[in-house]
Design a protein around this ligand. Structure first.
Ligand code: OXD
Ligand code: MN
Length: 602
């Protein structure tokens, strides 16, 4: 928006704790946005309990929220989104950089002036009769040098309630913004919730986001995908750090030693389950523990000792509800028994939240649209229905998650949903190979974004929907960490989703994934055996602990073997993929692809 062309004399009732800021740049921006969107009132969020209670009462009164059973789920609410607004909209998500090539073939692009003009036309007068909320927030622990702040302006109280859980929001964040003088500007309006008037635009060079026409989490909670991934990845490139779509967990062995792992998986591939893993019984009895730092986003940068240190910029979980059960993720289930916002789940006769795979013996009576549940009309909960809950409610939440210095990362894991070809686990031989493993990641699509489900696509480092700049430059940035004095993590690839000839999963997954993590940590310490192959090092027979599980011969062959001819074809396709980026693709990565393709052909 061009301030000079706006009528800044517009006035609205100002409410809320702060009622303004000591930072002129922030006050001016809020005034410009108000002049454009013309709200009835402006509310500066302070993040207090009183503010949250008042907002909740407002949302209960207008039907934005429905109270759930207070006895079974105290302080919890259900929100039903517009049925056409249930997932991220990648085809309507843009990165607006001055030069088209800077956004890369991996993003939709628009010139910044055009993007602003398009968005400002949508925002013009869109908040009339509504309250405009100003949300100062901090991504990461409030006192961490790795954290970054932003301000989201929105007309959705549901967004305010979610941002309060997902970020450090309110007065302390405002104080940090006023101290630092910089912040990411995020402007959001639900507009008319019309899919034809919906866009999510990013202006990384201006640290600005504009999102219109959707109330869905990934499109509307601007701290998450828009700031912490798209804008932050761009910022991280110029500042020498990494903003990644990764969970972070700590693995404590019986000797009390904890290793931290960061793992990238595409949306809805079990990141939350892995981040909250409960060790199998034998491991539990032996004293193993798994600690959760984050389930979706990881910001990392080299520390003085050359290792990568990571923080989780988020303060809560926005997890996929379907499939969450006592068996699949008891920690998530325990976390969401109180003070949780559920979005698009079903409801039981006694008003408890319900979703497919909950497996608690109850049945839904109302579906996610608010209609009587009829199995013939589809699932009770939308496949991308969600829970929003504070990370502090998770039994496995690590106290180290609040450490301003972050945690040192021992291993980076890339994983996809691959029914065939890809073995359970392999280790990259060095950093360059690891970057290629991440760059070549492929996965079948899920319900987290609109579009066909189950189609295999390349999703480098699980960042296809989230990298705010050209992937070729992003891979160069990753390669640049391999320098004098660096103590980089080992890189691995996993596939929990390999299927047998009968179409069934071959690996039990969930808690048993700890067996794979244990092998990785042993490899980091130089204590486990591996078999070298052209694609990387696979666990040697007997090196990965399989005590307590039974795998048949087909499973062993497919999970721990490698099919040379099929990999040769895969590497040809990886080569073609890298070529799609033209001359900006780093030569080192192309050479690495060639090296392995050569080994496979031998
Ligand atoms: C998410 C996603 O919501 O990746 O985390 O879509
Ligand atoms: Mn995600």
């Amino acid at each position: 928006m061009n301030a000079s062309t706006q009528d800044l004399s517009f006035s609205a009732t100002v409410e809320g704790g702060a009622g303004g800021s000591r930072l002129p740049a922030l006050n001016d921006w809020v005034a410009q946005v108000a002049a454009l969107t013309r709200p009835a009132a402006i509310h500066w969020c302070d993040g207090s309990d009183a503010e949250n209670e008042a907002l909740t009462a407002r949302m209960l009164a207008d039907g934005t929220l429905h109270k759930l059973n207070e006895e079974t789920h105290p302080g919890s609410y259900l929100h039903r989104s517009h049925p056409d607004d249930v997932a991220r909209v990648e085809h309507l998500t843009f990165v607006c950089t001055t030069h088209h090539e800077d956004a890369g073939p991996n993003n939709n692009w628009m010139a910044p002036e055009e993007g602003h003009a398009e968005m400002d036309a949508l925002f013009d007068g869109c908040m009339q009769g509504r309250t405009m909320y100003v949300i100062p927030y901090c991504m990461g622990p409030i006192d961490s040098p790795l954290s970054r702040c932003g301000v989201e302006i929105t007309d959705s109280p549901y967004v305010v309630a979610n941002m309060r859980i997902m970020t450090r929001m309110g007065a302390p964040a405002l104080a940090r913004i006023e101290r630092e003088g910089t912040f990411v500007k995020g402007l959001h309006s639900i507009g008319e919730l019309d899919p034809n008037r919906r866009f999510i635009m990013h202006f990384p060079e201006e640290l600005t986001i504009k999102s219109y026409g959707s109330g869905y989490g990934g499109n509307a909670l601007l701290g998450k995908k828009c700031h912490a991934l798209r804008i932050a990845s761009h910022q991280a490139k110029s500042e020498g750090w990494l903003a990644e779509h990764m969970l972070i967990l700590g693995i404590e062995n019986p000797q009390g030693e904890t290793h931290y792992v960061a793992a990238a998986f595409p949306s809805a591939c079990g990141k939350t389950n892995l981040a909250m893993l409960i060790p199998p019984e034998g491991y539990r009895n032996a004293g193993w523990k798994v600690w959760t730092i984050g389930d979706d986003i990881c910001w990392m940068r080299p520390g003085a000792d050359g290792r990568l240190y990571a923080i989780n910029p988020e303060a809560g979980f926005f997890g996929v509800a379907p499939g969450t059960s006592r068996n699949s993720n008891a920690n998530a289930l325990a976390s969401i028994q109180s003070s949780t916002i559920f979005t698009n789940v079903g409801v039981t006769a006694d008003n408890q939240p319900w979703w497919e795979g909950l497996e608690n013996g109850q049945t839904p009576v109302i579906d996610w649209r608010g209609n009587p549940y009829d199995p013939a009309k589809g699932p009770a909960a939308h496949p991308n229905s969600r829970f929003t809950v504070s990370a502090k409610q998770c039994p496995s939440y690590s106290p180290m998650a609040e450490d301003p210095q972050g945690v040192p990362i021992s291993a980076i894991v890339f994983g996809g949903r691959r029914a065939s070809l890809v073995p359970l686990v392999f280790e990259a031989r060095d950093w360059t190979h690891g970057v290629l493993v991440g760059a070549a990641m492929g996965s079948e699509t899920t319900a987290a974004a609109t579009g066909a489900v189950g189609v295999m696509r390349r999703d480098p480092m699980a960042m296809k929907p989230f990298c705010g700049y050209n992937f070729a430059d992003y891979f160069s940035h990753w390669l640049s960490f391999d320098k004098e004095g660096a103590q980089l993590p080992k890189v691995f690839h996993v596939n929990w989703f390999r299927k047998g000839d009968n179409g069934k999963f071959l690996w039990p997954g969930f808690g048993d994934n700890l067996r794979v993590l244990e092998w990785m940590i042993q490899r980091v310490k130089g204590e486990a055996d591996a078999v070298e192959t052209p694609i990387g090092a696979l666990p040697a027979e007997g090196a990965l602990n399989l005590d307590g599980i039974t795998l048949d011969e087909e499973a062993k062959a497919k999970l721990f073997g490698f099919d040379r001819a099929a990999w040769e074809a895969e590497f040809a396709s990886i080569g073609e993929y890298l070529d799609e980026y033209g001359p900006r693709m780093p030569q080192a990565l192309k050479d690495e692809q060639q090296r392995i393709a050569g080994l496979l052909a031998d």
